[in-house]
Design a binder for this molecule. Structure first.
Ligand SMILES: NC(=O)c1ccc[n+]([C@@H]2O[C@H](COP(=O)([O-])OP(=O)(O)OC[C@H]3O[C@@H](n4cnc5c(N)ncnc54)[C@H](OP(=O)(O)O)[C@@H]3O)[C@@H](O)[C@H]2O)c1
Length: 310
């Protein structure tokens, strides 16, 4: 039986979340990923004590929210015992391309559509999906506060790149911030610390850096999900894969996989409440849960710091 995960305070929000969160996005969310496999990943996460589930209105054109809501119900999970988070602000335009839309009335309508797809009466964590600092207008912040006052959402947050995370650090009404942080992007550790010091809960997106530091080519070339991950890596260009090459020798320790070491590195960064990772493999949920209890070997911490000149 998998050891159950530690729960950590989500800033000063009064809620706790498991040190690992499950990202219900990417290939997991696609209709072509078999429902039984998606269900097995979710079942492994519930069994491991994962209480944070992160999805988004735009993931797989709404299918991620529908699948997450449906499978949690089928698995008998109590939504009040979990933090089910979704994101709005990314919508499909008339040609089906994903564009940003943070107009207050649109955000309110997007939230109602997410509630419907998830099959929930209330969203525990609503995040803005990749806004720019200029998108955070007074009107938008008021609309978000109204959603909270109306009991439609509980916590409010932002998932995005460094400039908006810096801008929103300590900014009301945001209880939660979700930057990217990984052994590939250690610079964001300072942002995490600063946000946590203001009392905001900090979730980390992409903590495994999409495995750029140890591309699992055999898996990528032999599974439908792998081919999708490979295509995604190619779409992002050779940059991340080339930059990550220097990290490969650093992420080695007896008894650990590179993914487990990368995760342990994120979990020991001050201020991190939960690392939200993606997977299509139930055994990976179990392996990462086991690793989440272990301290990062000193040699690995030092080697990662050396690679980044820290
Ligand atoms: N990336 C973004 O642009 C983005 C943006 C906003 C929010 N987020 C949030 O962050 C979450 C995670 O992002 P992500 O999925 O892009 O990246 P990630 O978690 O850094 O990496 C996912 C990759 O790691 C692999 N993996 C997971 N556990 C593993 C293990 N124990 N051993 C080996 N490989 C393992 C997965 O493959 P398998 O399927 O084979 O396990 C998958 O290829 C998302 O689900 C979403 O909730 C991401």
């Amino acid at each position: 039986m998998t050891a159950r995960l530690a729960q950590r305070p989500l800033g000063r929000s009064g809620r706790t979340v498991s040190a690992l969160g499950l990202g219900c996005a990417s290939y997991w969310a696609k209709p072509r990923f078999p429902e039984a496999r998606a269900r097995a990943v979710l079942a492994a996460a519930l069994e491991a004590g994962i209480t944070l589930y992160d999805t988004g209105a735009s993931y797989a054109h709404g299918h991620a929210e529908v699948r997450l809501g449906r499978l949690l119900r089928e698995l008998g999970a109590d939504p009040d015992a979990l933090v089910i988070g979704t994101k709005v602000g990314t919508v499909a335009d008339r040609r089906g391309r994903l564009v940003k839309d943070f107009r207050p009335e649109s955000v309110t309508a997007q939230v109602r559509a997410s509630l419907e797809r998830l099959g929930l009466e209330r969203i525990a964590l609503l995040q803005l999906h990749g806004p720019e600092p200029d998108d955070l207008t007074e009107e938008l912040l008021s609309a978000l506060e109204r959603l909270r006052d109306d009991g439609v959402v509980d916590l409010l947050g932002i998932n995005g790149f460094a400039p908006v995370i810096r801008h929103a650090t300590g900014l009301a009404p945001f209880d939660v911030l979700m930057p990217f942080l990984s052994v590939m992007e250690p610079g964001n550790a300072a942002l995490v610390r600063a946000a946590a010091e203001t009392g905001q809960g900090v979730l980390v997106a992409g903590p495994l850096a999409r495995m750029a530091f140890a591309p699992p080519l055999a898996r990528w070339l032999t599974r439908p999900s792998g081919l999708w991950y490979l295509a995604r890596a190619v779409r992002h260009g050779p940059g991340p894969l080339l930059r990550a090459r220097a990290l490969r020798p650093a992420l080695r320790a007896p008894g650990w996989t590179p993914a487990e070491l990368a995760l342990a590195w994120v979990l020991e960064q001050p201020g991190v409440a939960s690392a939200v990772f993606g997977t299509t493999t139930p055994a990976h949920v179990t392996a990462l849960t086991e690793a989440a209890h272990l301290p990062l070997p000193d040699t690995v911490r030092a080697a990662v710091a050396r690679v980044h000149g820290l």
